[in-house]
Design a protein around this ligand. Structure first.
Ligand SMILES: [Zn+2]
Ligand SMILES: [Zn+2]
Ligand SMILES: [Zn+2]
Length: 273
């Protein structure tokens, strides 16, 4: 699955969406402004619609610095998790934090989409909502409140053509002087970590069903050899529990997470002892 770095649309879902690598320096720097504090490089790509906006800005010398900075997105109402467009009568859910269940789902999605962040107007499609709802039951040990309803929106207006929309200004400001902080998370550029999950084998894309606990020795080794942190309660399938080489970890370029909570960083220190 490949998502547009800027608007999040899944570019491989439909071949009319198109994708462009951020090879052009000018376009790269415009997109960088748009997605800050997230960082992009020339290996990232954006959808054709976002590319058109960026290209128009790069060609138009009369456009002021200010309007370059105003984020512009090619596709709006995109599932923040799977990247499908939610414009055409697709059942979708607003990510809210009002009720307990909504907060749990919000938390699960936040974890799933790292290092991207959930915005005030973020939406997910119904199938991602179902998955997140399921996952949220394993995510917390607290009492389950399954069955409580959340808002379902049926969107059938707005045409499915690319257009500009201002992003909510809820993103924190980015200071080059301090270590990058996203929400309460800290970015450690040289370390990365597994998704925190007890519901499945944490190896990205693994379909294994077993949920063996990872051993302390293994966690220490992964941290030492690969700078790869695995949370204590994470699970592994039988194959990954016994696999001896973890070289594939460094090939996972799609889903690198290098944001850490304070607790995770403290835990990493204890693994180094
Ligand atoms: Zn896009
Ligand atoms: Zn989705
Ligand atoms: Zn596995």
């Amino acid at each position: 699955m490949s998502l547009c770095t800027n608007c999040g649309i899944a570019t491989d879902r439909c071949n009319t969406i198109g994708r462009r690598r951020l090879e052009d320096e000018m376009i790269l720097s415009i997109v960088q402004e748009w997605v800050a504090p997230q960082t992009v490089n020339d290996n990232d790509f954006i959808c054709q619609a976002c590319w058109k906006h960026a290209n128009a800005i790069s060609l138009d010398k009369s456009i002021s610095e200010e309007s370059v900075r105003a984020p512009s997105i090619g596709h709006r109402r995109v599932c923040i998790h799977c990247g499908r467009s939610l414009l055409r009568r697709v059942r979708c859910h607003q990510l809210r934090t009002g009720e307990v269940q909504e907060r749990r789902i919000h938390e699960v999605i936040r974890e799933w989409i790292l290092p991207r962040t959930v915005g005030a107007s973020s939406v997910i499609c119904h199938s991602c909502w179902v998955q997140a709802n399921k996952a949220s039951r394993n995510f917390h040990s607290g009492p389950s409140t399954s069955g409580s309803s959340s808002l379902v929106v049926n969107e059938l207006n707005s045409q499915d053509i690319p257009h500009l929309e201002e992003l909510p200004t809820t993103q924190g400001t980015y200071s080059a002087l301090s270590a990058p902080i996203i929400g309460n998370l800290i970015v450690l550029p040289d370390y990365y970590r597994a998704v925190e999950t007890e519901s499945r084998c944490f190896v990205e894309g693994c379909q294994g069903h077993e949920r063996n606990r990872i051993t302390l020795t293994m966690r220490k080794q992964l941290l030492k050899m690969y700078n790869y942190y695995v949370p204590a309660n994470n699970r592994l399938c039988d194959i990954h529990l016994t696999c001896t080489s973890w070289n594939f970890i460094s090939d996972i370029s799609d889903n690198i997470i290098n944001t850490f909570s304070a607790n995770q960083i403290q835990d990493m220190f204890s693994l180094k002892e």
